[in-house]
Design a protein around this ligand. Structure first.
Ligand code: FES
Length: 118
């Protein structure tokens, strides 16, 4: 299960409100994926997209509501790397940024985006 801090949810809601000004969609999905990293082997990526009907089909990736208009989707290939993950948001980075705390990571970079698991 992925946990989001109040600051991370507030930032995702800000993303959603900004997108809603250009798109009348009211239900959004945040996709959390493991991708190739830069300073370490892996990184986490967050993408916001309008929710699709099939996103909640029985065989769709696992979703959890962040709020009533914002759902989390973790593709199956990324789920093992998101076990017990905490997503936070901090303004102490230039321009602010999400920080990912994975208790299973053996190394994490200073900005909290990239990590190694072995
Ligand atoms: S991505 Fe590694 S220090 Fe920021």
């Amino acid at each position: 299960m992925v946990k989001f801090s109040a600051a991370a949810i507030a930032e995702l809601q800000r993303w959603r409100r900004a997108q809603e000004q250009a798109d009348s969609t009211t239900h959004w999905t945040v996709t959390l994926s493991k991708v190739s990293g830069s300073c370490h082997k892996w990184a986490y990526d967050l993408q916001l997209s309008p929710s699709l009907e099939d996103a909640i089909a029985p065989d769709a990736p696992k979703t959890d509501p962040l709020d009533q208009n914002l759902q989390l989707s973790v593709p199956e290939h990324s789920q093992p790397w998101c076990r017990e993950l905490t997503v936070d948001y901090s303004e102490d980075l230039i321009g602010g940024g999400f920080r990912f705390v994975n208790p299973h990571a053996v190394k994490t970079c200073s900005c909290g985006v990239c990590f190694d698991l072995d």
